[in-house]
Design a protein around this ligand. Structure first.
Ligand SMILES: [Fe+2]
Ligand SMILES: [Fe+2]
Length: 205
């Protein structure tokens, strides 16, 4: 399956990240909450764009539903939602893109598209390769709406800013996203990099 991304995650990432399912789920629950917040923020920035507002409200509701599903799975495994911590991946993407930014709204749409696309790639890997049956099911269940969200944000950026301008920015930030992903450290999170990851041979399978 092809994803609109420059840096492809190695399959071995799953074997590492699934070793700490409660840490993965806790981080992911917060990601769902942040995805709902991003949709809220875009509504607040574009109150006059009625159609966009309706679609963003639907996304925010859907992300909160995902949040509930992920928290339920976390708690079923004895975990608990802790305080939100910074998502290094998303924070770096926002910070580094700001240097060349022309429009905050365009960048927010494009970054939302890229984060959804990266989440989709990771969900797909987990749904296909995790040895944990419940994790496979959970991420397979979340896949279709993340696929729709990444498509929605790309489409919204084109309809608001014109295809040529939006596609230019998508290409630019997609390259930046790939560069960031290639240098991020490993952690038990959906958006982790592979730098400093334990050797695959050290992980019991
Ligand atoms: Fe989601
Ligand atoms: Fe999403």
């Amino acid at each position: 399956m092809g994803f609109p991304l420059d840096h492809q995650t190695p399959e071995g990432w799953v074997a590492l990240v699934e070793q700490e399912p409660t840490r993965l789920l806790e981080d992911h629950a917060h990601c769902e909450l942040k995805a709902a917040s991003s949709a809220h923020a875009l509504i607040a920035k574009n109150p006059e764009r009625t159609e966009l507002v309706q679609d963003l409200a639907d996304i925010a509701i859907e992300e909160l539903e995902h949040f509930k599903v992920v928290v339920a799975e976390l708690e079923a495994r004895g975990g608990r939602l802790g305080e939100q911590t910074e998502n290094l991946y998303a924070a770096t993407l926002h910070r580094r893109s700001a240097k060349s930014r022309e429009s905050l709204v365009l960048d927010r749409l494009v970054i939302a598209h890229l984060i959804e696309a990266r989440s989709l790639e990771r969900f797909h890997l987990l749904a296909e390769h995790s040895r944990d049956g419940r994790l496979r099911e959970l991420f397979a269940e979340l896949l279709p709406s993340e696929a729709a969200h990444q498509g929605f944000y790309a489409k919204a950026s084109r309809s608001l800013f014109g295809r040529a301008r939006a596609d230019d920015r998508i290409a630019c930030l997609r390259q930046l996203e790939g560069e960031i992903m290639a240098f991020l450290p490993f952690s038990y999170t959906v958006h982790s990099g592979m730098v400093g990851a334990p050797e695959l041979g050290q992980v019991e399978r």
